[in-house]
Write a protein that binds this ligand. Structure first.
Ligand SMILES: *[C@@H]1O[C@H](CO)[C@@H](O)[C@H](O)[C@H]1NC(C)=O
Ligand SMILES: *[C@@H]1O[C@H](CO)[C@@H](O)[C@H](O)[C@H]1NC(C)=O
Ligand SMILES: *[C@@H]1O[C@H](CO)[C@@H](O)[C@H](O)[C@H]1NC(C)=O
Ligand SMILES: *[C@@H]1O[C@H](CO)[C@@H](O)[C@H](O)[C@H]1NC(C)=O
Ligand SMILES: *[C@@H]1O[C@H](CO)[C@@H](O)[C@H](O)[C@H]1NC(C)=O
Ligand SMILES: *[C@@H]1O[C@H](CO)[C@@H](O)[C@H](O)[C@H]1NC(C)=O
Ligand SMILES: [Zn+2]
Length: 393
């Protein structure tokens, strides 16, 4: 069956072997994000489809390299795509499941109808394949000069826990306003914009064609390779150190904001930059809270504010959920140009964070539905901690 392996190269030769395996065989690299970043002593997570398995195993064995089996991927994928309306015994709620794109669109529609006085769907743009990009605006009062925060999910298609978080967040905010003190305080002082699926074409593709697709689905002349990494397509030191190869998982596109999805979000944020004080983008996996910069190793101005907020969030996650999140400037771990958090920061949104949700590799992108609830609750704690901190500033 399809498998996910964890392999730690110990020598430079073993690094080369893994680079070869991940580029020359039909595999899907989960960690690091691109084979250029494979390094000695750092675990590599590699998805190996059944028909490459024998060749890959042979090669590893030939070089005396050992691996740890993380997951039987077939089974996990099947479980996630199960049509649960046919299994009434499952007992889990809507927010404890993954949903196809169409279901998310109808959820958006239903939410705006059910909460018509407080929630509006704003059409911020459309995708390459002409699907609408809706951001929900949660606004509980009309105070003058009201501030706002923005959360986007699903920029990388295969990170299914991300849209699940956005849905769960909106549900929490609307259901517990006036019951939970923190969300009440936040909504009393801020409007909240939530874009549940930034990359709908990619998300659709992961449900119908390739569960592990990352990029968008745009086509370009002169290559058979499809898609841009939308999180390398923002205008933050764009292109320097990203991949210009359309076949790469981290292809940055032909110019900054070449992708309609990126451009729609960038336009919206530009036109609301005076009110939006906090930008949060939700990814998986690795359990990290990152802040600028990711494209250079320089520290941002007011590093101490960002550090304090990220630490507060990580501390609360540990306190309430006994789970560990690392935090820090993104560039300290991996230099990545063109990211949305750096771009938002440079635009003037001084509180800008990337959340990498559960887990740390046991299931990776195939996090089972049984883990959704915990993963979303701990991230919610982190988001609320940071938002309350921003309000106090
Ligand atoms: C990697 O692949 C290249 C090209 O096929 C080959 O020349 C090289 O020997 C391989 N390296 C290792 C360590 O297997
Ligand atoms: C491996 O399987 C995939 C999907 O089942 C198929 O698209 C691909 O062509 C196969 N590759 C080889 C080398 O058989
Ligand atoms: C799930 O199953 C129900 C009942 O069999 C069917 O009406 C619905 O279209 C299915 N949904 C999906 C996404 O396959
Ligand atoms: C939204 O829901 C309303 C009824 O609640 C329905 O009439 C309308 O067609 C729906 N729109 C979309 C785009 O699904
Ligand atoms: C993503 O989609 C947009 C719109 O289709 C397209 O212009 C862009 O080239 C795509 N990006 C990539 C990397 O394919
Ligand atoms: C840093 O914080 C100080 C004090 O809070 C503030 O005056 C200044 O504008 C901040 N700078 C940036 C870049 O956010
Ligand atoms: Zn991501």
């Amino acid at each position: 069956s399809d498998q996910v392996l964890s392999i730690t190269p110990n020598t430079q030769e073993e690094v080369e072997v893994l680079k070869n395996v991940s580029t020359q065989y039909e595999t899907n690299l989960w960690q690091p994000v691109s084979s250029d970043h494979i390094e000695a002593e750092t675990p590599v997570h590699l998805y190996v489809p059944a028909n490459s398995s024998e060749a890959v195993m042979d090669l590893l064995q030939k070089h005396g390299m050992t691996h740890v089996l993380l997951a039987n991927a077939d089974e996990l994928i099947e479980m996630q795509m199960r049509n649960d309306s046919t299994d009434p015994r499952s007992g889990s709620t809507f927010y404890q499941k993954y949903h196809p794109l169409e279901v998310i669109y109808s959820w958006i529609n239903r939410t705006t109808h059910d909460y018509s006085s407080t929630v509006k769907a704003i059409l911020v743009g459309s995708s390459y394949e002409k699907r609408p990009l809706y951001a929900l605006k949660l606004s509980l009062n009309n105070r003058p000069n009201k501030k706002a925060m923005w959360i986007d999910c699903g920029i990388h298609a295969r990170e299914w826990i991300s849209p699940a978080f956005c849905l769960s967040f909106v549900h929490h905010a609307l259901s517990f306003y006036n019951q939970n003190r923190e969300i009440t305080d936040i909504l009393d002082s801020m409007d909240i914009y939530v874009l549940p699926v930034l990359n709908p074409d990619g998300y659709k593709h992961t449900w119908t064609k390739n569960r592990l697709w990352r990029k968008n689905r745009s086509l370009r002349r002169g290559t058979n390779c499809v898609g841009v990494d939308l999180n390398r397509n923002f205008d933050a030191s764009w292109g320097q150190g990203a991949s210009h190869d359309p076949c790469s998982e981290i292809f940055c596109g032909s110019f900054p904001e070449s992708e309609p999805e990126t451009q729609a979000v960038a336009d919206f944020l530009r036109s609301h930059k005076d009110s939006i004080q906090l930008y949060i983008t939700i990814h998986s996996y690795s359990q990290k809270l990152l802040f600028p910069f990711s494209y250079i190793t320089d520290e941002p101005e007011n590093l101490s504010d960002l550090l304090e907020m990220a630490k507060g969030a990580a501390d609360n996650i540990r306190k309430y959920y006994l789970n560990h999140y690392a935090y820090g400037s993104g560039g300290k771990a991996l230099l990545a140009p063109g990211g949305s958090d750096d771009w938002a920061y440079n635009l003037g949104i001084k509180y800008s964070f990337t959340f990498e949700l559960q887990d740390r590799g046991r299931y990776g992108f195939l996090l089972p539905e049984s883990q959704i609830d915990r993963a979303c609750k701990e991230a919610l704690t982190g988001v609320k901690t940071i938002a309350l901190n921003v309000i106090e500033k």
